[in-house]
Design a protein. Structure first.
Length: 108
């Protein structure tokens, strides 16, 4: 084995460690939004097949639905919401408003 092959294997194994170690690699906003669009498309296509739209209507009316249908619906919805959460920009830290010391209250 050449030293070049050894170096390539080490780099590859380091990449795997980074991915599995919990450290996330930076992802562009475009890629994050593409994931949201892909998950939305997955859900829409699934709803457009068979009787899935009818089953969704029944589910929203609290009528009984097939367990397999419900499992698939929950998985697709979860995947979409997770993609939206990842794409959402980080929130600014919540600042507690300071009391107006020495000022009259704002009366509108």
């Amino acid at each position: 084995m050449t030293s070049e092959n050894t170096q390539q294997r080490q780099i590859h194994s380091r990449r795997r460690e980074v991915r599995t170690g919990g450290d996330s690699m930076p992802v562009s906003t475009h890629t994050l939004l593409q994931h949201v669009q892909d998950r939305t498309t997955d859900l829409r296509r699934w709803l457009d097949t068979g009787d899935n739209t009818t089953a969704l209507t029944a589910y929203l009316r609290d009528e009984p639905v097939d367990h397999r249908w419900l499992t698939t619906y929950k998985r697709l919805t979860h995947d979409l919401l997770r993609a939206v959460d990842h794409a959402r920009s980080p929130r600014a830290p919540h600042k507690t408003p300071m009391p107006n010391v020495g000022r009259p209250p704002d009366r509108r």
